[in-house]
Ligand binder design. Structure first.
Ligand code: NDP
Length: 261
């Protein structure tokens, strides 16, 4: 099956569960993952490494990043790299430094998964705190913009680069009490669409969004404290879509927003 043919007219569905990646899918690729310390990002980093990639683990909590690093090495993956940064406080200069450090070490980037995210409050807009709003928008949108802007020159040096943004169902249809989180995901979808158009035909970079769907992580447990975690998928179960978008089999897919389940 060619997964590209299963995109529906809205571009929202991909039969990702049936995608079976070849074991060497990402061999030789340099891929950066934000929020690689926990949840979906940690599993995506380990999965990309297990399919041959050299992974750059971007995050703010170094001991947790080190655990992911150790797991990759223990599993026999290519030696990863850790890049510590707090997306809430980082400045444009910090992202320029990130570009310079990654260029010195790796020369180019084949993939960037924007995965880090803040949930914020689950309250009505009328009682939403400005400080929380600003934090969520900074981490979920402005940091993505700054990092993408700084790292585009490294992605442009790849023969075939994949830029992936993480969205959510509430980033497509607004729902009550999701506040800045929902708004930030609408903005992320918009940023991805703008970039996809700008880079189409002028670069080798494809730009897509991925909606993980309900996934068993700390964020999900915080958003739905009464839910039995066993009833939602694990990050490992949603990896086929991530692999599809990161590997060359999605070379012709850009400007899409896919569902991982
Ligand atoms: P987790 O809360 O498990 O992980 C979030 C990650 O983002 C962690 O690595 C965390 O780092 C990092 N992060 C948060 N704030 C910052 C910051 N200021 N600087 C650097 N890193 C930061 O969330 P999930 O794995 O569930 O979510 C991953 C992505 O998937 C998010 O974009 C989320 O919105 C999206 N999503 C998740 C769904 C789900 O059901 N789980 C559903 C739909 C979308 P640290 O470990 O240091 O806290």
């Amino acid at each position: 099956m060619d997964p590209k043919q299963t995109l529906d007219s809205q571009g929202y569905s991909l039969d990702s569960q049936s995608y079976r990646a070849p074991k060497d899918l990402l061999a030789g690729k340099i891929i950066a993952v934000t929020g690689a310390s926990d949840g979906i990002g940690a599993v995506a980093a380990k999965t990309f490494a297990s399919y041959g990639a050299t992974v750059i683990l971007i995050g703010r909590t170094v001991p947790k990043l080190e655990q992911v690093y150790d797991a990759i090495e223990t599993a026999g993956g290519t030696q990863p790299a850790i890049y510590p940064i707090c997306l809430e406080g980082a400045s444009e200069k910090d992202y320029e430094d990130m570009h310079d450090r990654l260029e010195e070490t790796f020369g180019h980037l084949d993939g960037l998964l924007h995965n880090a995210g803040e949930l914020g409050q689950r309250t009505p807009i009328v009682s939403y705190k400005l400080a929380t709003w600003q934090k969520v928008m900074q981490v979920n949108v402005t940091a993505e913009f700054m990092m993408t802007k700084a790292l585009l020159p490294l992605l442009e040096k790849s023969d075939s680069a994949s830029l992936i943004f993480t969205t959510s169902g509430v980033g497509r249809v607004g729902k009550p009490y999701w506040g800045a989180y929902a708004v930030s995901k609408f903005a992320t979808e918009g940023l991805a669409q703008v970039l996809a158009h700008e880079l189409d035909d002028t670069s080798n970079i494809r730009v897509n969004c991925i909606n993980p769907g309900s996934t068993r992580t700390r964020m999900r447990a915080t958003a739905f404290p009464a839910e039995n975690p066993a009833t939602v998928k694990t990050p490992e179960e949603i990896m086929p879509s991530y692999l599809f978008l990161m590997g060359n089999e999605s070379e012709d897919v850009t400007g899409q927003s896919l569902n991982a389940q």
